[in-house]
Design a protein around this ligand. Structure first.
Ligand SMILES: NC(=O)c1ccc[n+]([C@@H]2O[C@H](COP(=O)([O-])OP(=O)(O)OC[C@H]3O[C@@H](n4cnc5c(N)ncnc54)[C@H](O)[C@@H]3O)[C@@H](O)[C@H]2O)c1
Length: 260
């Protein structure tokens, strides 16, 4: 994408789940455009560093904080560590997410609760803590939530995940509404079927999955990681300054119509 290399210069961005398959690509893009990034994940620091390095991230512009964001104390510790290292936070990316596949009739209560906790509670806790820090630091910053096209079109056999992303969208809109008077914005990015991690493995190894996914993507191919990262670059940049309460859908058309 043709953003200047210094498009994010002077910005401090916090991302949860930043050592995951998509997270490392986002971190790389943000750092390449001049941001300092506090990366959170639940994995051990050595593992996180290795994943970031393998993805080509310049580690000197990053700071890793291992924390479980389902826990309020860990979220507070993350924001405190982030501010201490790189100063006030300008963008907080509520990006962590998980999925338990299976038909709704077989999903256990534990799987349902874990999905909502990891996908929605972490977003609430990080959004709240980051916004409080922005207000304290007099920063008119932004919360960015990683949603999904399946918030609109229910992909079969991930019902709790579909519901969690719909909840996240409305949480984002609520933050947007309540924080507008502080000059703090909230937006979401809804990617499609991204060609990394589990989805890529299924695409490569499971012909049934591949046939279903191909049918669901009007543009045909799996989404490139770089296209997800570009959406985050845009949203973190001043180019998004008049957006709040929006869902930026970048899904190759997946959400245009029901897949069946
Ligand atoms: N993969 C896709 O096709 C796709 C499409 C649309 C949206 N998304 C969303 O993008 C985000 C990242 O997805 P991904 O495919 O990179 O998944 P991933 O599993 O590779 O990454 C998620 C990361 O979150 C971390 N994590 C889990 N629980 C945590 C906790 N309690 N506290 C802190 N970190 C925790 C994991 O260790 C992992 O590194 C998710 O929100 C997902 O819903 C993914």
């Amino acid at each position: 994408m043709t953003f200047r290399d210094d498009a994010l210069a002077g910005q401090h961005i916090v991302i949860s789940g930043g050592a995951g398959a998509i997270g490392v690509g986002i971190v790389r893009k943000l750092v390449e455009h001049g941001a300092q990034v506090t990366v959170n994940d639940i994995v051990a620091p050595d593992e996180a560093r290795q994943r970031l390095q393998t993805a080509g991230v310049k580690l000197e512009s990053t700071h890793y904080v291992q924390a479980d964001l389902t826990l309020e104390a860990d979220v507070r510790r993350l924001i405190a560590a982030a501010r201490e290292k790189f100063g006030p936070v300008h963008n907080a990316l509520c990006h962590v997410g998980t999925v338990f596949p299976g038909p709704l009739l077989d999903i256990t209560l534990a799987e349902w609760e874990k999905t909502q906790s990891v996908n929605v509670t972490t977003a609430f806790l990080l959004g709240q803590a980051a916004a409080k820090a922005m207000i304290e630091d007099h920063i008119q910053g932004q919360l960015i939530f990683t949603s999904s096209w399946v918030a609109q079109v229910p992909w079969p056999e991930i019902g709790p995940y579909n519901a969690s992303k719909a909840a996240m969208n409305q949480l984002m809109r609520s933050f947007a509404r309540e924080l507008a008077t502080e000059g703090i914005r909230a937006n979401a990015i809804a990617p499609g079927i991204v060609g990394v991690g589990l989805a890529k493995w299924q695409w490569d190894t499971d012909p049934t999955y591949r046939a279903r996914a191909q049918k669901a993507i009007p543009l045909g191919d799996m989404q490139l990681l770089d296209s997800v990262a570009d959406a985050f670059l845009f949203m973190c940049s001043p180019a998004s300054r008049y957006m709040t309460g929006s869902i930026l859908t970048v899904d190759g058309g997946c959400s245009l119509y029901p897949m069946d």
